[in-house]
Design a protein around this ligand. Structure first.
Ligand code: NAP
Length: 338
């Protein structure tokens, strides 16, 4: 194995802002190993909407920072306190402490998995964060059942695509929303039986949902869009539904009066969840249970990872611009120079 250099290339953010603050650097210090950590040479990095929140300062992190919470690569060094990984292991990982938009990252082995031969580092970077989000949410935020009505917003996006695949595979009736005819087509291929244009006014979306469900409404709404869709979610929810609001693509949902959850005659008695993946994969056992199941779903073809767009790591700025302008479908990946 090649020796580990002192410096590396990557994307540095020195102050919060728009995509322009993502600066390509070739003289970043390779992070040092510490107790309980491993050093990974990244091959592929996953781009996630949360990266834009850290970049803009909506989610706080000390600056300067290397952002990014997901990658696939090769373990190149292991602290003596770690026994379950060794140099040469092919791995996929999540990093709640960020740092993946670079050639090397020091990570906790708790959220790292060795990859079976038929899962590439590209597939790991394309699936772990969004796939584990979808999987933990359909298991824990609202255990999705056959025959239920589920609404997935941004059903051609990263998390939305996988939610559609997983919910349809358990036999739920899936309605998706998506922003262009091409994206609507992708959402159908992902398993949404009905797809509504997300560019329609919200009252029209509510009316279409009630028509499709013959007045029943939705038993579980998965909403990563946030501010723009939340009011409609309240209206299209069925009695005893779960509103699983998990993102802010259009802005954060303003504070909600709990009394609104029991509006309606009879009262709807809604459950409002605001889950985050990192609250479901806190221990190594939790991460490994769900990551192993997710990789199994990829092997079985339930999660297909069909739509990915690749950018060079140096062009992370363009990936953020495209993601925020609603242009993208499926997963965005950054290829790391080796
Ligand atoms: N809570 C968690 O643990 C967790 C984990 C992962 C992701 N998330 C959240 O899940 C959401 C989706 O993440 P992702 O990475 O998979 O992104 P994505 O869905 O691929 O991209 C966002 C999509 O949201 C839709 N959208 C609607 N209104 C928008 C607006 N005003 N601005 C931008 N987009 C808008 C667009 O789809 P259409 O044009 O088709 O409508 C857009 O393509 C994000 O909010 C993210 O923060 C949360």
């Amino acid at each position: 194995m090649a020796s580990i250099p002192q410096t590396m290339s990557g994307i540095l953010i020195e102050e919060p802002g728009d995509a322009e603050v993502l600066k390509w650097k070739t003289d970043l210090a390779v992070p040092q190993l510490s107790e309980g950590k491993i050093l990974v040479k990244n091959e592929w990095v996953g781009v996630n909407y949360i990266d834009t929140y850290f970049r803009k300062g909506l989610y706080k992190a000390p600056m300067p920072m290397i952002t990014g919470g997901e990658a696939g690569g090769i373990v190149v060094d292991v602290h003596p306190s770690v026994s379950n990984f060794k140099p040469g292991d092919r791995v996929g990982y999540l990093s709640s402490t960020r740092g993946s938009y670079a050639q090397y990252n020091v990570i906790s082995p708790h959220t790292c998995i060795k990859l079976p031969d038929n899962i590439s580092t590209n597939m790991a970077a394309a699936s772990l964060l969004q796939g584990l989000t979808a999987l933990t949410f359909i298991r824990e935020a609202h255990p999705v059942k056959a025959g239920e009505w589920v609404l997935v917003h941004a059903a051609a996006g990263g998390v939305g695509s996988i939610l559609c695949e997983m919910c349809s595979s358990v036999g739920a009736n899936v309605i998706g929303t998506a922003g262009t005819p091409e994206k609507m087509d992708t959402a159908k291929k992902n398993g949404a039986q009905w797809v509504i244009s997300s560019r329609k006014p919200q009252d029209e979306i509510v009316a279409e949902v009630l028509k499709i469900t013959e007045g029943h409404g939705i038993d579980c709404v998965f909403d990563g869009v946030g501010a723009a869709t939340f009011e409609a979610d309240l209206q299209l929810a069925a009695r005893k539904a779960t509103l699983c609001v998990f993102g802010n693509a259009s802005g954060a949902v303003p504070p909600v009066d709990p009394l609104r959850l029991s509006a309606g005659t009879p009262a709807k008695n809604l459950k409002l969840m605001r889950p985050t993946l990192f609250g479901y994969v806190v221990t190594a056992e939790e991460f490994h249970k769900y990551a192993t199941e997710l990789l199994g779903m990829i092997e079985k073809g339930i999660v297909k990872l069909e739509k990915t767009s690749t950018y060079q790591l140096e062009n992370a700025k363009q990936a953020h611009i495209d993601l925020e302008s609603r242009k993208t479908t499926g997963k965005l990946l950054l290829q790391v120079p080796q």
